[in-house]
Design a protein around this ligand. Structure first.
Ligand code: NAD
Length: 461
């Protein structure tokens, strides 16, 4: 039944795409403006669903799931015309009397698979990019955030023709059924292990993919850092959404000389954010489900708890926690934490910190706190990561001018702003030859013309 539905919708989307409606820039703009209107009108409903799924604080829901989408929509609507314009590029002299153009071609029918941690933003932001580039889309929101998934399905089906944008709800089986079919592009946000499953499935149809995955994002606090600011900015990025952020600082690398001082300030910062009992704070989210609750709770056995550590299985509450005496061999350092636990590791010199980072898979983000530009250059030159911040955490995700994506195990491909438009567009190159004359040089019989060719290439370098 599911397969039949998918095939029907796919067929309708193919026909809609071939009909050419999405190639019209005015159509794309109109649909993006409609999407913005729908979101604006339903802000409360979306936030309510996020509260049901994750007990997400209103501020966090608005900032990271709703507000963040408006600049994406507006930037796209304002710039699609310029982005989509065929670009004339110069033509090598060898192609004398020709002109060259790069056309931005929409892929066609795309599949967007979303995760549960920012279930609204991470399903809709790729959709904005797909729409701006002129594609049709099928969305598969995460089944682990069912309230938000339901709202997405409802809002999209109420306002968009499924021949243009459709939603399929469901879990692994439904995703597998979708992946059986041939799409023209797949955009996946989720864990590294499932990312491999997606890429494998895409390979069967040679479908290009963007994989927005996770990883262990290191956070370095060097000895010269502004410790008060660093503590606030790290605690905010770490405990936002109770640590269930792909970009969250995963573990702390702190210079030995300032470790004790920094930890004291960090603990006070947590209390100033969430009070003495964070379970009573309206500003602190809950863990998505029992499986993740047990997984994160088990990771607390690594090292020594020096702050927090309280849990409540009934409400899936895990306090903002700091762990000291953590060893690199401990389970907490072997997987992405994706929860409110912060392991602390100290280093003597920056090279030691770099060795720790470089011994692990390339992370989605890296955060460095220092006022020393030499340290900054050294760290940037000697590490590889998706994106990051100096003297802040997470904030780079909120700029439409900064392409967002991972590298290595943290993913491939970029989006946000123009990067999203580019991701969902094929760059089609076209060389247009003049009919004024026809150069014989290239046609057989070649005779000894290879010598002339050699000279020519020597001249044009
Ligand atoms: P997940 O990989 O478990 O699930 C993501 C999606 O894949 C869901 O829609 C799910 O239904 C589907 N899925 C799960 N198992 C599948 C299977 N075997 N076959 C086919 N489809 C399957 O990820 P998650 O738990 O929802 O999210 C957490 C992970 O996502 C973390 O690792 C996090 O770092 C990462 N993440 C990355 C970003 C980013 O932008 N790079 C953003 C958010 C989350």
């Amino acid at each position: 039944m599911m397969t039949q539905n998918i095939r029907q919708i796919l067929q309708r989307q193919r026909e809609f795409f071939s009909g050419g409606a999405t190639r019209d820039i005015a159509f794309r703009k109109k649909q993006l403006i409609l999407l913005e209107k729908i979101i604006r009108k339903n802000e409360q409903r979306i936030m309510q669903a996020l509260f049901e799924d994750l007990r997400k604080p209103e501020f966090e829901s608005y900032a990271a799931e709703i507000g963040i989408l408006y600049p994406e929509i507006r930037t796209a609507a304002k710039n699609i015309h310029a982005w989509a314009k065929p670009r004339r590029v110069s033509t090598p002299v060898l192609h004398f009397l020709a002109s060259s153009y790069v056309y931005q071609e929409p892929y066609g029918v795309t599949l967007i698979i979303g995760p549960w941690n920012y279930p609204f933003q991470l399903t809709i932001a790729p959709l904005i990019a797909a729409m701006s580039a002129g594609n049709c889309a099928i969305l598969k929101p995460s089944e682990l955030s069912p309230a938000t998934s339901g709202v997405i399905a409802h809002l999209i089906s109420e306002h968009f023709d499924p021949a243009y944008i459709a939603v399929f709800e469901g879990g692994v089986d439904e995703t597998k059924s979708l992946l059986e079919e041939k799409f023209d592009y797949i955009f996946f946000t989720g864990g590294t292990a499932v990312g491999k499953v997606i890429m494998n499935a895409a390979a069967r149809h040679l479908t290009p993919v963007t994989l927005e995955l996770g990883g262990k994002s290191p956070t370095i606090v060097h000895r010269d850092a502004h410790l008060e600011y660093a503590a606030k900015r790290i605690a905010w990025g770490k405990y936002f959404n109770a640590g269930q952020t792909c970009l969250a600082p995963d573990y702390l690398l702190v210079h030995r000389e300032i470790k004790e001082r920094f930890i004291n300030i960090f603990k006070k910062t947590i209390i100033s954010f969430y009070g003495d009992d964070p379970s009573k704070s309206p500003d602190y989210a809950r863990i998505i489900n029992d499986r993740h609750f047990s997984r994160i709770s088990a990771l607390m056995k690594s090292g020594t708890i020096i702050h927090g550590g309280q849990t409540d299985p009934g409400t899936r509450y895990i306090a903002p926690t700091v762990l000291d005496n953590v060893r690199l061999e401990d389970p907490i350092m072997k997987e992405e934490i994706f929860g409110p636990l912060f392991p602390v590791i100290s280093y003597e010199n920056i090279e030691e910190a770099l060795n720790i980072i470089n011994a692990m898979p390339r992370p989605l983000a890296l955060y460095l706190f220092t006022n020393d530009t030499k340290i900054e250059t050294l760290v940037l030159r000697n590490t590889s990561f998706g994106g990051g911040c100096i003297n802040d955490t997470v904030s780079h995700v909120g700029s439409t001018n900064l392409p967002f994506g991972g590298i290595g195990d943290s993913g491939m491909g970029l989006y946000h702003g123009k990067a999203g438009f580019d991701t969902f567009s094929h760059q089609r190159s076209v060389l247009k030859r003049s009919n004024l004359i026809d150069m014989k040089l290239r046609y057989p019989p070649y005779g000894k013309r290879v010598n002339l060719l050699k000279k020519l290439f020597r001249i044009i370098g």
